[in-house]
Write a protein that binds this ligand. Sequence first.
Ligand SMILES: [Zn+2]
Length: 294
Amino acid sequence: MLNLPNTLIALLAAAGSVYAQLPRPLINYPLGLSPVFDEGFFAGTVAPAATIVQWAPGKAPQACVNELAWNNCLSGRAVVYNVTYADCPTPWIMCRCDNADLSIYQMTNFFGRMPVHLRSTVRHVIATHGEGCSAYAITGPDDGDIVMQGNCNTQSVWLHETGHQLDARGLGTGVGFSTSPTFINALWNDTCVADDYGNTAPWEEFAQMTVVSQSHTIYGYIQQQQYPGCFNSQLNALETTFKTSHLTYGGTCHTRIPATPTVNAVWKRGRIDRRGGKRVGPCKFDHLVGGHKH
Ligand SMILES: [Zn+2]
């Protein structure tokens, strides 16, 4: 008969519970974040002036080729742009399939409405065609891309995906913040998660809390909580770590992830070698409220 001391049993239980803390019992935003926060982002942010220069056809960054091919964009339909914002001399290289639901002007606008230091956690910005809106982030140490699949025309979705990059890269240690003791303990201290999607994984909750924290940074208060204060430990952990460094507006870029090598934008359907690291998502978004076109 195995007779472990109680303390050892408790330790084993604690170790096993690191990823077993979700779902949390309460949901602060039952309809998701978009109906609560997107109007405020639209009213309270502006993108810096930007110049958009389209590449000649035939070439694209390797990461764009990988993701466009993966998303069933036909070879030859990649459109690539250098997008240079007034607050950073180094352009972001953005890529679309030519049937993507988002225009390059929308991509430039939604991405540009985020603080430059938050934008700097992203390497390439990619958009493809899709039904509704889903999105994912590629967060391996040699990656850093965000991919919008469909009509993702709300700021909360852009903040969520960029939040995955902040999670992966913000500490600069190669360790994700959402699985660090700081965030896991905060999650455990709180009685709620942001929304149902945040209840699916700590990294999804972190991405949703990035949306909340960005709104908090802009407005100084938290809108429409069902259970006021119920996620304050997470909010404090995120803001203590990242508010000054990534969520505050102003300044200029000082660290950027180098673009992937330029290659021929030609691929065989179904034959793409999709190298790279961990993909987070696809993150599914419902109840999106916004829809402003640019
Ligand atoms: Zn996500």
